[in-house]
Design a protein around this ligand. Sequence first.
Ligand code: DCP
Ligand code: CA
Length: 406
Amino acid sequence: MSRRIMHIDLDAFFVSVEQTLRPELKGKPVVVGGRPDSRGVVASASYEARVFGLHAGMPLTTARRLCPQAIFIEGSFPRYREASHRFMAILADFSPYLEPVSLDEAYLDVTGFESIHGSIHQMGVAIKQRIKDELGLPSSVGIASCKVVAKIAADLSKPDGLTEIATGEERSFLAPLPIAKLPGIGKKTEIVLNGLGIKTIGELANMPLSALKSHFGTFGELLFRYANGIDDRKVEPPGAAKSISRETTFGQDTRDRSLLKATLGYLSERVGAELRQESRQARCVTLKLRYADFATITRRHTLVKATDADQTIFSTGLKLLAKALSQEKQPVRLIGIGVANLTEPGRQLDMLDASAGRLEQLNKAIDRIRKKYGFTAIQTGRTLPLKDIFPQSDDGYTLHTPSLSR
Ligand code: DCP
Ligand code: CA
């Protein structure tokens, strides 16, 4: 039996949430990301702003130049998280086979649900309506026999649309579309394919599999399958998070080691706090740096033993930082730290290791106090240098990139 997969994505999510709070912003070019003279990038642009070429990821200064009349909003992450929870709760009402992909995007497996709603199309209409009625947010829906086609269908219906692709029509639906519409095709792959004379998904679908494999290896096979509308990935209800990270862009590019170190310390504490909140431990620590020229590197270290300790995350990040800085002399624009390879904590083992046990007790105590009095109630030595630089709130330091200070 053919599956029915639905992809639901909120339109201009951050902007749309702001518009529900300030209806006078509706129908106007609006950008969420920060003040137009700040160094951040566009997080979300209204469709009215996109007419001027604005898009996510564009520096705010460029956005202002292209569209000076746009209204720029810093945004507030807790509001978006709240809207996201309510959005997912609505979807969960419709099908238990729910896979959230990001804050504003999810897959639902709705195979066999037509009898409840009359048709799957009607079900999509009902979902859109509830999101509009209860959250005031516009959404776009794609329905197809597999994830990749459903996602592309949703994408093409934006804003506020719904597209259903009948089983058997996947290839003909995809064929005329430019290859860039296919998830996974970035700029590099696009250039290579263009070099081979491939511009549309249909042309890609008609390439011999062997040729794609010889150019792209196993990824070539994936491309071939997607281009032909073949995708057996299941809709997977969430297990636990696979990684946790925090990053921030500096107000000014910096070479200041003590600022870099203190910021890394703060971000490590935020990562550690979330790990413990989620009752997870991690074996892999990743440092991310973006230099003044936008070149971005990540450096990774795998620990012998999984950890949820700020101190271990920080000291590992610091070693990676020292090494990276010794290899690159440019000032740093952005710094981030993340953990991956998450596991359930192995408590018994920790108890055998006295120093790990002590750290665990210390971090737990810090978490308790912070939960009660706010994140900045306790300052560790490693973040103290930030005190004079960033404003503080109960929720933590207000770093430069507002949506990432979470
Ligand atoms: N986001 C971000 N930074 C990015 C991209 C996205 O902070 N570089 C945030 C803001 C977006 C939200 O994630 O509102 C969802 O991302 P989407 O890519 O789905 O973008 P939008 O919802 O804003 O627009 P669209 O209507 O194209 O889905
Ligand atoms: Ca979206």
